[in-house]
Design a protein around this ligand. Structure first.
Ligand SMILES: CC(C)(COP(=O)(O)OP(=O)(O)OC[C@H]1O[C@@H](n2cnc3c(N)ncnc32)[C@H](O)[C@@H]1OP(=O)(O)O)[C@@H](O)C(=O)NCCC(=O)NCCS
Length: 187
């Protein structure tokens, strides 16, 4: 998998990205809306799983590289949401995570737009969803910026968030159908 946008390369992981990947899985600011932090060993294990999955499937949470410098800045990608029974098993989600020094430049939205096109045109998806803790407004702002719409009736308590973190349980769901995306993309 390799997609190009004006400023970014969306590509599979390389060993030189391991340090950045660990950082965005352990940093308190980046992980503020997650009930866990990953140590280096856990981050490396997930890194290997993502790399194998992308190589096998042609999609997954992939590395974002700044074309101007070659620096890895975070990830974005499409993957099965894995949220049964809240969502049907075949549901695909779009997600993102950037190191904080790269926030505020439009990179997540730029990557996400290319991934929507990839998901609808190349993978043939009918719908892509995204979800976040209700007050993760930086993330829901990306969803809105790329044309996703909140489905207020689909708010849910994330089944994998433990009782120890009640403030991180309530999630909002955003959706985008291929038809709505096409209508929006056309001039
Ligand atoms: C969610 C996250 C990826 C959003 O990052 P972000 O940088 O705010 O989002 P974007 O890339 O869309 O950038 C938008 C911002 O860049 C600004 N911007 C600057 N230059 C821009 C450009 N050339 N094009 C577009 N936007 C630009 C926009 O005005 C906007 O600023 P604002 O936040 O002050 O309104 C980031 O906050 C993050 O990694 N959070 C932690 C992990 C996380 O919670 N992930 C989601 C879990 S559901």
């Amino acid at each position: 998998m390799r997609l190009e946008t004006p400023r970014l390369l969306i590509r599979n992981w390389r060993d030189r990205d391991r340090e950045l990947f660990f950082r965005i899985n352990s940093d308190d600011r980046v992980m503020a809306f997650f009930p866990f932090r990953r140590d280096r060993e856990q981050a490396d294990r997930l890194f290997d799983m993502l790399r194998d999955g992308i190589a096998r499937n042609g999609y997954g949470f992939a590395a974002l590289e700044l074309r101007a410098t070659g620096a890895p800045i975070g990830f974005a990608g499409l993957q099965p949401a894995g949220l049964e029974p809240v969502l049907p098993a075949e549901t695909f989600e779009i997600g993102w995570r950037l190191a904080p020094e790269f926030w505020g430049n439009g990179y997540a939205s730029e990557a996400a737009r290319a991934l929507l096109a990839y998901g609808f045109d190349d993978l043939g998806l009918d719908e892509i969803v995204s979800f976040a803790v209700w007050n993760n407004t930086r993330s829901t702002a990306v969803m809105e910026r790329i044309g996703m719409r909140r489905d207020p009736e689909a708010d849910f308590d994330h089944p994998k968030v433990p009782e120890t973190h009640p403030d991180l349980r309530r999630h909002v769901l955003y959706r985008l159908s291929r038809e709505a995306w096409r209508a929006r993309a056309e001039p």
